[in-house]
Structure formats: C-alpha cells, structure tokens
Design a protein around this ligand. Structure first.
Ligand code: NAP
Ligand code: ZN
Ligand code: ZN
Length: 357
C-alpha cells in the first residue's frame, strides 16, 4: 500500500516528502490511520546519524497515535475505529526470557524498532510515524486513554514509558526526594509522573527560564545547574535521579547528589557519553540504564496517566515544519513536545521516492 511519508534521504539531510510501502494487514495485523506522531529527540539523533547505525532513507517517528482502519482475519483484540498507539518497537522475538517476561525492549533476539530497524525477517526496513498509516501486529498495539486529548497522549508512547519504567523499576515511592535532570520532552512528563506517584520532585536544569514551567508541572524545587555551587549544596540529597539530557555532559557531579544506595538512571542518550567510576564506587551508588518498558507496562502506564491526567504539553505542527522542529529541539526551544498533525501529509503521494526494496 503506497503511503505518503516524510523521510531523511541521508544523514543530516533535510527531511522531505517520500512514499513508502506498507504491507496489507496479515491475519494478525492491524492497519492504523495515524493522526498524531510525537517528535522525540531520538528521531533527531538518528536522522543526524549521531548513534552511528542509521539506514536511509529513514522515516522517523515512534510516538504514533491513530485509529484502527482495518483488522486482519484473526485479530480479536482490536476493531475498526479503536483509538490506538504504537511506541518505540513493533515486534520482537517473542520467545526469549525478556519477551516472555513482557520486557520486549530488552529482547535477547532482536527488537524490531519502529524505524531505522528491520522486521523480524531481518531484512524488511521499518518506517515510523512520519507517515499516514502503519501496519502493526496486534500484540504490539496499545490502547490510548479516552480521557486524554490524543495529541497530548501520543508523547506518552515514548517520553511517557521511558520515564515511567525506571520510576517503577527502581521503586520510587511517595515522599521520596528525587530529581529529574533536563526539562525537555522526557523530563516534563517525568515530573508529572513522579508527582502523580507522590514523590518530592526537584528539576535540575541548565535553563533558568524554565523555572515557572517546572513549578507549574508540579515540581517542588528547581535548581539551575549553571550555578556550580548547586552541586556542593545538594550533595546526597536524592534517592533517585533520572537524567534525560540529550547533550554530552559529565555525570559525576549529578551522581554525587545521590544518597547512599541510591540510584541515578540515564535515559538520555547523548553521543559521545562521558562516564566516571569513583562517584559510583564511593557511596555504593548505582548508575543504571533503562530502556522503554514492555507492552504490558506501557499499557499500565497509559492507564495510570488516564487516571491521573498525566499528559504532555505539546506544540502541534504540520509535517512541512518538521525540519524547523528538529532544529528548534536541538536549540532547546520546545515546550515541551512537538507533535505532528499527520493530516498535513495529505493522501497525495509524492513521486520523489519509492522505498520498496
Ligand atoms: P529534548 O526534549 O530535546 O530534551 C532534552 C533536554 O536536555 C533539554 O530540554 C535540556 O533541558 C537538556 N539539554 C539540552 N541541551 C543541553 C546542554 N547543552 N546542556 C545541558 N542540558 C541540555 O529531548 P527528549 O526527547 O526529552 O530526549 C532526551 C534524551 O533521551 C535524548 O538523548 C533521547 O535520545 C533520549 N531518549 C532515550 C530513550 C530510552 O529509551 N532510553 C527514549 C527516548 C529518548 P534543560 O533546558 O532543562 O537543561
Ligand atoms: Zn523516543
Ligand atoms: Zn525476545
């Protein structure tokens, strides 16, 4: 099915109109008309090939929200008209320990990421949500919360689960003094989630102008990290720190803010990334990593957000402004998530490219 999309033709090139081929739904597939797609900083890292494994043409987008328009003959879970989401991955081996445990992003086989990846055949490229529709196996589809505006819920599919998962995994409890480093797409959702869990939340930001926003989002405290004395004055203050920063920075000063047996979790993926061991060793601290959560946990997160009214602050854009949005995100000029209105892709097909291989 020829499908309008926007693609990056090469590393660091501008994105432009492109046509991809979506498969006809098989027995277990769901065809989704995409209504909104969030713009994650990972999209930018990847189209700029900052992680070194980019394949082009690339159609980014892994915060995909839309409506089921067709279902395969064996699909039982979904029906036409359902409001659904697709996050960071569209398939996995389904057999390994991680998959069986519902931790698909940690699949020991191979994860089929939603773009810049391949289907389980290891060959067919995956294309993401900067497009008008997507065909996905029903087991990798999420139900979107009816209580939340869809454009504000779409970012939960990456920004939401990437921050919810470590908050849960590392056992953040009501009353815990925790910190979120970086008030961006991930960070602002993390503040809302952690507040909904009852934590005492401090934002550590290098942008003094974000103070009012942080407090409006529910943060209890806001510290500007350009003031180096902040680090001395807040030694061992937090039980848990979530680092969402997209730019290379020293971790040690932040690790020093963790209490004994506390944990700092990196979710931001700057490249290159700088690590130092002593700050971990000298208080038996743990520096951990965390990926997005599995399907079960993602659904749990969406239901939690629905219950607590947790959603993203978004700026909805037409796809034609995607390059500007990427540039603005890099310039730290987004409050706090760009979301593509996929209707702007139209149903006209561009003659410029054909991704069938
Ligand atoms: P974003 O909206 O661009 O936010 C990044 C934040 O980093 C900014 O808001 C800013 O916060 C801080 N920052 C930017 N430039 C900085 C600088 N020069 N020095 C210090 N801080 C700076 O990005 P995002 O979409 O939230 O993504 C954040 C990171 O998480 C990216 O690296 C992304 O690839 C990664 N990610 C990882 C996963 C995963 O599974 N682990 C999933 C999704 C995203 P302040 O202005 O408050 O300092
Ligand atoms: Zn993402
Ligand atoms: Zn697996």
């Amino acid at each position: 099915m020829r499908t309008p999309a926007y693609a990056a033709p090469a590393a660091r090139a501008r994105l432009g109109p492109f046509t991809i081929d979506r498969r006809e739904p098989g027995p277990h597939d769901v065809l989704i008309d995409i209504r909104y797609c969030g713009v994650c900083h990972s999209d930018i890292h990847q189209v700029r090939d900052e992680w070194g494994d980019a394949a082009f043409p690339m159609v980014p987008g892994h915060e995909i929200a839309g409506t089921v328009s067709r279902v395969g003959s064996a699909v039982t879970h979904w029906k036409v008209g359902d409001t659904v989401g697709v996050g960071v991955f569209v398939d996995s081996c389904r057999r390994c320990e991680a998959c069986v445990a519902g931790e698909e992003p940690y699949c020991e086989g191979s994860v089929s990421w939603s773009y810049n990846s391949t289907e389980q055949d290891g060959r067919t490229p995956t294309y993401g949500g900067y497009s008008t529709r997507i065909t996905v196996d029903e087991a990798y589809v999420l139900r979107m919360p009816a209580a939340l505006p869809l454009e504000r819920a779409a970012p939960l599919l990456c920004a939401g689960i990437t921050t919810y998962s470590p908050l849960r995994h590392f056992g953040v409890q009501a009353g815990d003094p925790i910190a979120v480093v970086g008030l961006g797409g991930l960070g602002h959702v993390a503040v809302r989630l952690a507040k909904a869990m009852g934590a005492h939340v401090t934002v550590l930001s290098h942008s003094p102008r974000k103070r009012d926003d942080a407090l409006r989002l529910g943060a209890d405290d806001f510290l500007v990290t350009v003031d180096a004395t902040v680090f001395e004055r807040n030694l061992k203050r937090f039980t848990f720190i979530l680092d969402t920063v997209s730019v290379s920075h020293a971790y040690d000063p932040y690790i020093e803010l963790v209490r004994r047996d506390g944990v700092m979790v990196l979710v931001g993926l700057p490249e290159p990334s700088l690590l130092g061991a002593p700050a971990l060793v000298n208080a038996r601290r743990r520096l951990a990593g965390s990926n997005v959560g599995g399907i079960r946990e993602t659904q749990e997160m969406l239901d939690f957000c629905s219950q607590h009214g947790v959603m993203a602050d978004v700026e909805v854009i037409p796809i034609q402004r995607i390059n500007e949005a990427h540039d603005r995100a890099v310039a730290n000029d987004v409050r706090y998530r760009f979301v593509i209105d996929n209707a702007s892709l139209g149903d006209g097909l561009s003659g410029r490219g054909d991704a069938r291989r």
